[in-house]
Structures are given as structure tokens and as C-alpha cells.
Design a protein around this ligand. Structure first.
Ligand SMILES: Nc1nc2c(ncn2[C@@H]2O[C@H](COP(=O)(O)OP(=O)(O)O)[C@@H](O)[C@H]2O)c(=O)[nH]1
Ligand SMILES: [Mg+2]
Length: 321
């Protein structure tokens, strides 16, 4: 049964969104976040209007200066005539509202600029679905006609790898002199970098960090030599022109291929989200013998939880689980 008033409301909102009305964009994002009435219609309605925006992912350890750098980058891209949507994603914890608040303050210099739309997305309410929520908000900003969408996320493992898959160009930001940080970067997020930034170049050891990162990149083998390492001082806007140039050059080199990869990544995320949701619902209702047998094995210490889950799942997925 179609919900007529919902369809009408969604249709009106969709129209205003596609016209680029900031209030409509804000409302549509809230609607999608809350999976409210008319959300499905809005999402369906924007599909044919996607693909205009260049999506830049900015990731790296907390405190590296990502938000400060994004703010400086926004200034530079505005001077280049681009309209922007900024999305600050914080997958770390529901208690990290402070970080997002800090990001808001750092973006405040653009608050009066109608060409810049800023939004943050916290974990709460998005367990298991943060990435697809992010992807949808990016799509809404794209459909609203933004030339560039910047997604800032904390470098914290799988979630930002997933978010990076949604970006056309991924910028990994780090700061000098933090050995552990470099190790963490090495362990994961270096792999996803299209452009590497050593921010806080005003601090000692910045040059050494640049050299270290270049060394690590050269170990990654052929193809990675094209990943530029750029030193910036975000607080003074230094290196931001070079960063913008590097991002635009990278976007140009990618052509449409990044977009195809992004759609593929989105489909994968959506399938995984839908599957998790489906399973959660089925499992909540299930009370079969297999489940009880596994429960006994776990209680006896014969099986750990992860292997118990795998065994159960193999019933659904065959030997792939
Ligand atoms: N010295 C120095 N400090 C910076 C620079 N960029 C950012 N910061 C400071 O580093 C702190 C963390 O910055 P923030 O942008 O919130 O980092 P984020 O957590 O990565 O988003 C803030 O106090 C900034 O003022 C820089 O280029 N040099
Ligand atoms: Mg930040």
C-alpha cells in the first residue's frame, strides 16, 4: 500500500533538494538519518542526479589537524569557485560529541558562506550502518549540486577504510614526530591514501616524517610512487594550494573510474548492511536446537564465540562463513 501523504511530502522535499535549497538538504539528511517518512522516495528520486560532485575523504589519527586542514582546504576551493558540502563522521564512540563540536567550531569561519554546507554524523543510531548512512548523506549533497563533498573521518580502522571507498580521492593526514601514529598508519590507512599529508609542518621533525612516509610508500611497490606526500601547516594555510592541486590532479587522472568503484563499494556496503539487518531479525526469533548446542559448547569452553558464530553461519552461507 502506498502512503500517499508521505509520497507527497517526500516529492516536495525532493524538488527543493534538487534545486539546491540548503534548508531542504538539511531536512533531507535528517530524514535519511532517522529513516523517516518519505526517505525512500527521496533516495530513489536522487539516483539519476548523482555523479557531479568530487568526493574527497580526509582521514588520519585524532589531533592530526584534519578539521583545521579541511577548513583551510574549503577556503582554497571556494577561491577556485567550488560549492562545497562537508561531512564530519565520527565512528569512534557515541561519547565523542566533543570532537565533532570542535570540528564545528573550526568550520565556523565558513558559517556565513552559503556555498558551504556543513553537517556532522555521529555513531549513535548507526550501529553497523554508519558507512551506508555516510554514503547516503554524500549522495544527498551530490544531488543538491555541491561541486565538492569532503568527508572527514577519524582514522580508526575498518570504518574509515569503508568511508574511503566512498571517496574519489582519499587524503590521509598525519602529524610529525609521533612514532606510534606512523606505525598505526603503516598498519592500515596508508593503503588507502591517494594523497598523504604531513600536517603541522611548523613542528620539529616534519621533514623526517615526510621522508619516512616516502620510504614506506616506496615499499608498497609499483604504482604507489604516484602518491604525493605534502607538508602543510593548516593553521597558517601553508601547503593548502599544493594539496588542492594534488587532489584535483588525482581526480583528473582517475576520470570516471573512481565513481564506478564508489558505486560498487556502495552496493557492497548496502548488501552487507541489509544482510546484517535481515540476520538480526531472523536470529532474534530463532530458538533452534543448533543454537542451544552451540550455547552449551561455548559454556563448556569448547568453542569461542567467534567460532560458534561461524559454525552457525555456515548453515546459511555454506562453507564461506
Ligand atoms: N602547530 C600546529 N597545530 C595545528 C596545525 N593544524 C592543526 N593544529 C592544531 O591541532 C589541534 C587538533 O586539530 P584538529 O583540526 O581538531 O585535528 P583533528 O582531530 O585531526 O580534526 C588543534 O589544536 C589545532 O589548532 C598545524 O599546522 N600546526
Ligand atoms: Mg576533526
Amino acid at each position: 500500500m502506498t502512503d500517499r501523504p508521505a509520497a507527497a511530502a517526500g516529492g516536495k522535499l525532493l524538488e527543493r533538494l534538487l534545486d539546491g535549497e540548503p534548508a531542504a538538504l538539511a531536512k533531507a539528511i535528517t530524514l535519511i538519518e532517522n529513516a523517516g517518512t518519505g526517505a525512500a522516495q527521496v533516495l530513489a528520486g536522487i539516483q539519476s542526479r548523482l555523479g557531479h560532485a568530487l568526493v574527497i575523504g580526509v582521514t588520519g589519527p585524532p589531533g592530526a589537524g584534519k578539521s583545521t586542514l579541511v577548513s583551510a582546504l574549503v577556503g582554497e576551493l571556494r577561491r577556485r569557485g567550488k560549492s562545497l558540502g562537508i561531512l564530519a563522521v565520527d565512528p569512534s564512540s557515541p561519547l565523542s560529541g566533543g570532537a565533532i563540536l570542535g570540528d564545528r567550531i573550526r568550520m565556523a569561519e565558513h558559517a556565513c558562506d552559503s556555498g558551504v554546507f556543513v553537517r556532522s554524523l555521529a555513531t549513535r543510531g548507526h550501529v553497523g550502518g554508519l558507512s551506508s548512512a555516510t554514503a547516503r548523506v554524500v549522495d544527498l549533497m551530490d544531488a543538491a549540486g555541491k561541486d565538492v563533498v569532503i568527508v572527514e573521518t577519524v582514522g580508526a580502522g575498518q570504518s574509515d577504510v569503508e568511508v574511503a571507498q566512498l571517496a574519489d580521492v582519499t587524503v590521509v593526514v598525519c602529524a610529525p614526530g609521533l612514532g606510534d601514529e606512523i606505525q598505526a598508519i603503516k598498519a592500515g590507512i596508508l593503503e588507502i591514501a591517494d594523497v598523504l599529508v604531513v600536517n603541522k609542518a611548523d613542528l620539529p621533525n616534519a621533514e623526517r616524517t615526510v621522508t619516512q612516509l616516502q620510504g614506506m610508500l616506496s615499499l608498497r611497490g609499483p604504482g604507489t610512487a604516484t602518491v604525493p606526500v605534502i607538508a602543510t601547516t593548516a593553521t597558517e594555510g601553508r601547503g593548502v594550494t599544493e594539496l588542492s592541486d594534488a587532489v584535483e590532479a588525482r581526480a583528473e587522472a582517475l576520470g570516471g573510474s573512481a565513481r564506478a568503484a564508489r558505486t560498487l563499494a556502495q552496493i557492497r556496503l548496502q548488501i552487507a548492511d541489509s544482510a546484517a539487518e535481515l540476520l538480526r531479525r531472523q536470529l532474534n526469533d530463532s530458538d533452534d536446537d543448533g543454537l542451544h548446542a552451540l550455547c552449551r559448547s561455548v559454556q563448556r569452553g569448547e568453542l569461542d564465540l567467534e567460532n560458534a558464530a561461524r559454525q552457525y553461519l555456515s548453515g546459511y552461507l555454506g562453507n564461506k562463513a
